[in-house]
Every structure is written in structure tokens, then in C-alpha cells.
Design a protein around this ligand. Structure first.
Ligand code: SF4
Length: 462
């Protein structure tokens, strides 16, 4: 039996695509392996958002030259966002003869034909649009939590971002196809789904029918068996009152919102083409917190955008302190060829970017530690995922706000707890992880049903 190995880089969208690629390969009779030497096909599902991972991917591909010499039948492929850029396709063609197969984000369903063609020589097939909304097989990475694409691409053209060029224009999936996928997941025992899109708040545009993201959440909330609904990513300019109301009232929608800020200065936000100001962002946060007081916010931040001054960077630090994010993805600006920002004058020196990034991480860590302490003494609803990786005598799971919680196995087998929603009293709050104990009484009286506000006791966070 032929074997495959997929290396996945980047966002959840890529992780979800790798699940589909694995599902297609399974259906062709391939089996997965973790061992490069056993593999007959090694695929790199790539990300283009920053330059460093791209360099690493090329380095790793080149390391396989030796293996390919020893095993001439080995096929090496590059797919995902990198080949969507012409400059990267040219680089692969001219500098990487070891690569047999190149395909883009819209060509995944063509994988069976492309594999056949690659046996006769290198094949490159990259469409700029035309991804089908077909029901493709998938090998899911998890048996409790699943990603579900609701849309592909992005129309926003933030000036630093390559995604509209690699993933194409925004295209929503039909709600029936999404619901069918969620129902199948529920029937297979999945408890939590994350709805995925570059900008989920604009879901439905272009479908030519009366549906928006709030309505989609309502439909998904009806699916029996699914206990929790998450989604990512939300552009702040598109968070509607209808969405906030849906989040506040739908019992399965978790109290966690990823709301990318990117920068704290109005001038930089305008240069980034983000189309909101600091004041508008803060008003939005205040409105969300009024209606969903337990909400946990996370964000994305970029430092060292072209022309960013020290004072403007300090405004980002100030926003982090003011909004009090539970966590953040923080990056030094990385120019991407073809984007508007890459051609701007006033690029910030690397050492300045590194220095700002380190200072930002330090401030966010302080804020995360402070926010985490607020969980102490509260009782949280936890979806049990299994044994703690560090101690098989403990269980791990997540709160509705997406914090990891570890607590001792009360009794029985680990497997009998997996997938259950249980109340855990938090007794220790580290920056990224909470520790606690099961509130047996609440659990035994049947409280595991997943109430809207978790378990109250002395005032629950979620
Ligand atoms: S919203 Fe902006 S940052 Fe996000 S994918 Fe679209 S262009 Fe990129």
C-alpha cells in the first residue's frame, strides 16, 4: 500500500484543506505515515502570510533531494498558498527540480488526476478561482472538534496581506452544504465545530439569498448533538448588531471572539486599509462586553508596519492594556511581494521590528496573566478532550472562552469522560492554563447539559 505524509503550515483553513487532501488520498488507497522514508508521496501544504515559513519550506523540500535519489518513485508536492503566487511558481520551476507536483488552493479536488499525470513528469496546475463546493472526503485530525469552511477567499485587501491574491475573492458556501456537513459531524459524535472563513461576518454576500452570518449561526445552533460553536475570523468593521445579538442569545455559541486589531494607531490602521479607527474598535468592544459580559477576546497584532513610529507602536501597547485580550497572535511586519505595503517607502529596520515585537509580547504576557487570575474560584464549563499530555492521571479540556483547563481524573476511565461537558472549579490560574477540580455534585445532578452561562456558583465567567 502506498503511503503519504503531509506537512501543513499556516492557518486553520490550511489545516482543514489538509484534512480534505488526506481524505482524498485515503480514498485512493494510500495510507498516512509520519515517516519520510516510508512515504511514496510527501506534500507541503504551504502558507504565504510571512516570509520566514516560506524559506523554511524551501529548505525542507531541498533536504528531500537525497531521499528522492535513493527512492526515485517518491513524489514530492507543494500545494496551498505559495503556488498561488506566480513568483513562487517560477521559483519552484527554476530552482526545485525535486518537486513533481504543484497545485493550488482551488485545485484540491483534482488531486487524483494530478497524481496520475505527475507519474509522467512534473505537473503544475494552479487556478486563481473556481474552487468547487463539492462534498470531498476528509480525514479529520480530531474526533471531538472539527473545522467547517463556510466561505473561501477575501475581498478586503488589507495593504499588508497576501490572502486576497492567494485565496481569491470571497465566496460563501451554500447554507445547506454547511448544515449537511455539521449534521454529519454531529452524527459521528463531534461536539464542537469552528466555522471558518477569512471574514466570517460577510458570510452570505454574493449568494443571492436572504442569509447572513447571524442567521447561519442560528441554523447551526439547531443541529442536535453539537454542543459548542466557535468561529474565526471576524473583521471588526463587519461585526454587526445582529451578530452580537446572536452570540449573546444562542446557547451553543461560545463566549470567545477573535477580533484582529492589527495596530493601535489610526494613521497606521488607515495605511493598512483596515477601515476602522481605534475609537470605533473600542466602541465595538464596549458594545460586545455590554451584551456578553463573559466574552473573552483575542486578537492579531502587527508591529513595524512601514513608517510606524515609536509613538504609534506605543499606541498598540496601550490598546493591549486597555482591551485586555486573553491572548494574541503577534507578528513583526513581513513584506509580501505584490501587496501595497511591500512597495511603501519607510520600511522599518529588522532590529526595530524585533525589539517592538519583544516588548509587545512582554506586555501581552502580563495582560494574559492578569486576565487569567480572574478565573480563580470560578466554576467553568469544560469540554473534556482526554488525558492531559503531561499527566495521564489528569484530564484536559477547554472552557467556553477557550482556556485550557487541567483537573484530576475523578474516577473511572479517561475515555468515559472524553466529550463530556463538566463543571470545574478553578483553583490555580497560570497564564495559559487553568487547574481545577470537578464539581462532582453539580455534575451528578445532571448539570452537564451545557447551560448558557456555564455553572454559576459564586459567579461564573462562562
Ligand atoms: S481581512 Fe485583511 S488580513 Fe484578513 S485575510 Fe482579508 S485582506 Fe487579509
Amino acid at each position: 500500500m502506498k503511503k503519504y505524509l503531509i506537512y501543513t503550515y499556516g492557518c486553520q483553513m490550511n489545516a482543514r484543506d489538509s484534512e480534505t487532501i488526506a481524505g482524498i488520498l485515503d480514498s485512493l488507497g494510500y495510507a498516512p505515515t509520519e515517516n519520510e522514508r516510508e512515504a511514496d508521496l510527501i506534500l507541503f501544504n504551504t502558507c504565504s502570510v510571512r516570509e520566514n515559513p516560506e524559506r523554511k519550506i524551501y529548505g525542507k523540500v531541498m533536504q528531500l533531494r537525497q531521499l528522492k535519489e535513493e527512492k526515485p518513485g517518491l513524489l514530492i508536492g507543494i500545494c496551498g498558498c505559495m503556488p498561488q503566487q506566480e513568483i513562487e511558481r517560477e521559483r519552484i520551476q527554476s530552482k526545485h527540480p525535486e518537486v513533481d507536483l504543484v497545485f493550488g488552493t482551488h485545485n484540491i479536488s483534482r488531486l487524483p488526476e494530478l497524481l496520475e499525470e505527475a507519474k509522467d513528469g512534473r505537473i503544475i496546475e494552479v487556478w486563481s478561482e473556481g474552487r468547487e463546493d463539492a462534498a470531498l472526503p476528509a480525514r479529520r485530525q480530531d474526533d471531538l472538534k472539527a473545522f467547517v469552511n463556510i466561505m473561501y477567499g477575501c475581498n478586503n485587501f488589507c495593504s499588508y496581506c497576501i490572502v486576497p491574491y492567494t485565496r481569491g475573492r470571497e465566496k460563501s458556501r451554500e447554507p445547506e452544504a454547511i448544515l449537511e456537513e455539521v449534521q454529519e459531524l454531529a452524527a459521528s459524535g463531534y461536539k464542537e465545530i469552528t466555522l471558518l472563513g477569512q471574514n466570517v461576518n460577510s458570510y452570505g454576500q454574493g449568494l443571492g439569498r436572504e442569509i447572513d452570518f447571524a442567521e447561519l449561526l442560528r441554523l447551526v445552533n439547531e443541529v442536535e448533538g453539537i454542543e459548542r460553536i466557535r468561529f474565526t475570523t471576524s473583521h471588526p468593521k463587519d461585526v454587526s448588531d445582529r451578530l452580537i445579538e446572536a452570540m449573546a442569545t444562542l446557547p451553543k455559541v461560545c463566549e470567545h471572539l477573535h477580533l484582529p486589531l492589527q495596530a493601535g494607531s489610526d494613521r497606521i490602521l488607515a495605511e493598512m486599509n483596515r477601515r476602522y479607527t481605534k475609537a470605533q474598535y473600542l466602541d465595538l468592544v464596549a458594545k460586545i462586553r455590554r451584551q456578553i459580559p463573559q466574552i473573552a477576546l483575542s486578537t492579531d497584532l502587527i508591529v513595524g508596519f512601514p513608517t510606524e513610529t515609536e509613538e504609534e507602536f506605543l499606541e498598540t501597547l496601550e490598546m493591549v492594556r486597555q482591551v485586555e485580550y486573553e491572548s494574541a497572535f503577534m507578528f513583526a511586519y513581513s513584506p509580501r511581494v505584490g501587496t501595497k505595503a511591500a512597495a511603501m517607502s519607510g520600511q522599518v529596520p529588522e532590529e526595530v521590528k524585533r525589539n517592538r515585537l519583544n516588548r509587545l509580547i512582554a506586555v501581552q504576557n502580563e495582560v494574559s496573566a492578569k486576565v487569567s487570575k480572574r478565573y480563580l474560584g470560578k466554576t467553568c464549563e469544560v469540554l473534556v478532550e482526554g488525558a492531559s499530555p503531561k499527566d495521564p492521571g489528569e484530564l484536559t479540556g477547554r472552557t467556553r472562552t477557550n482556556k485550557t483547563v487541567i483537573f484530576p481524573l475523578p474516577h473511572g476511565e479517561i475515555s468515559s469522560w472524553k466529550g463530556k461537558l463538566v463543571p470545574v472549579k478553578i483553583t490555580r490560574a497560570l497564564t495559559w492554563t487553568l487547574h481545577g477540580v470537578l464539581e462532582e455534585e453539580a455534575y451528578e445532578t445532571g448539570a452537564e447539559g451545557g447551560s448558557r452561562s456555564g455553572y454559576s456558583g459564586n459567579g461564573s465567567l462562562q
